[in-house]
Design a protein around this ligand. Structure first.
Ligand SMILES: *Cc1c(COP(=O)(O)O)cnc(C)c1O
Length: 431
């Protein structure tokens, strides 16, 4: 396929670099980890994203998973426009919050209430404070390679951009702040037990991405999530499922429903806002009511629950509710994608392992199955960078880091997948 060049993107990048660190508003967007330079987006629709030079790409980033129905879905655009015309933020309750809260509580198991925030990071911050406030304990345990937003206390051994850039998680964060954060390897219940053993009476919460999607895609072993539930119960700690990615992506009820494991606190974001900034912390009423104004755990937000984000979220939830086959289709697409990529790699004798679940896909250049951050880090970074650049030249936009998952949307068709697999074969065949 003919490429149109990237003059306009490069020109914007030059100016952006003089105005913003790395020229970007979030680090992984800079493409450093894949030896490339970002394209600047003009517009996007469905599965396709188009840059300012007129190049179009099949997009597997989908705003890092926020777009379950692809870009600029007409129902969401319409809802946003209608809401915006009536005022974009009131700093006062509106009916739309009640509507979205009702929809979320109806879909996600095990929760009675939700506090809306503006991002997944805010949800993570609030969950840590809530868990500590509700239990009167200090320590929180997270898993290496899981990402819960860029809050100080949880950047320790974080995935996503922290893993991508190889930054020690603590630059700019005091030792005091991270002293109460414990870390264990993903999928390792014995290491978890050892990490929390000295703090049995002071463990407030175990936080986990029930499917890890910020160190590439790493699935939980069969006994991992049930084991977390059991250990949390034994220690009187809360189990926090960070479903910012898995929520409404593995199924309407997220990972809790998918794996049949109940969490005490559920974090939502990304899909929740239908592409607008929105996060949420959800739990049973007796737990969530520890938040102000009912309880003493303070949390607030000027733009929280704003009608534009709520309207996008509601439209998105309606699309989910109207489409009983949605998650089967997403999972089929994700499976076809990774099966095609692995077959293409096999044919070229390139070692690749891959996984798919719900609307999530991921692959590593590796001979070994990946179960944790150490394995993900040991995968072949150069091969990923080469593959990323080759695929981009074929008009396919993969995550610009091997530590991110691929996001499949309802707008990705079998024809898109065929094109991707065909391109992968060509890229592998190019020396
Ligand atoms: C993206 C993400 C976050 C942070 O959400 P932001 O909206 O980027 O602040 C938290 N947890 C997980 C699992 C995420 O993938």
């Amino acid at each position: 396929m003919a490429r149109l060049g990237r003059t306009a993107s490069d020109k914007l990048l030059t100016e952006a670099l003089s105005l913003m660190p790395g020229g970007v508003s979030s680090p992984v967007r800079a493409f450093d980890a894949v030896g490339s330079k970002p394209f600047f987006v003009k517009e996007a629709s469905g599965a396709t994203i188009t840059d300012v030079d007129g190049n179009s790409y099949i997009d597997f980033v989908q705003s890092w998973g926020a777009m379950l129905f692809g870009h600029a879905h007409p129902a969401i655009v319409e809802a946003v426009a209608a809401a915006a015309g009536k005022g974009t933020s009131f700093g006062t309750p509106s009916e739309l919050e009640v509507e979205l809260a009702r929809a979320v509580v109806g879909m996600v198991p095990n929760i009675d209430k939700i506090r809306f925030v503006n991002s997944g990071t805010e949800a993570g911050m609030t969950a840590v404070r809530l868990a500590r406030g509700a239990t009167g304990r200090s320590k929180v345990l997270k898993f290496a390679g899981c990402y819960h937003g860029h809050l100080d206390s949880l950047l320790v051994e974080a995935g996503s951009g922290v893993a991508t850039l190889g930054i020690p998680g603590t630059l700019g964060v005091t030792e005091g702040t991270t002293r109460d954060t414990l870390v264990a390897p993903y999928n390792d219940l014995d290491a978890l037990a050892a990490a929390i053993d000295p703090w049995t009476d002071d463990l407030a919460a175990i936080l986990v991405e029930p499917v890890a999607a910020n160190m590439g895609l790493v699935l939980p072993n069969d006994d991992f999530l049930p084991g977390l539930r059991r250990i949390a119960d034994e220690r009187g700690a809360l189990l926090v499922f960070d479903e910012v990615i898995t929520g409404f992506r593995l199924g309407p009820g997220g990972a809790q429903e998918r794996f049949g494991v109940d969490a005490d606190i559920v974090l939502l974001g990304k899909v929740l806002g239908g592409g607008l900034p929105c996060g949420g912390v959800a739990a049973r009423a007796e737990l969530l009511d520890h938040l102000a104004p009912v309880g003493p755990v303070y949390q607030a937000g000027t733009l929280s629950g704003n009608p534009v984000a709520m309207a996008a979220g509601i439209a998105n939830m309606n699309l989910i509710a109207q489409d009983p086959d949605l998650y089967d289709r997403l999972q089929q697409t994700a499976r076809d994608l990774v099966r095609g990529l692995v077959d293409a790699a096999d044919s070229a004798q390139v070692p690749m392992v891959a996984a798919a679940i719900g609307g999530l896909a991921g692959f590593f250049f590796s001979n070994d199955e990946i179960v944790d951050l150490a394995g993900a880090t040991a995968s072949n970074a150069d091969a990923y960078g080469r593959f990323f650049r080759g695929m981009l030249a074929h008009g396919i936009y993969l995550p610009p880091s091997r530590f991110e998952a691929l996001f499949v949307s309802a707008a990705h068709t079998p024809e898109h997948i065929d094109r991707v697999v065909d391109s992968a074969s060509r890229v592998f065949a190019t020396p």
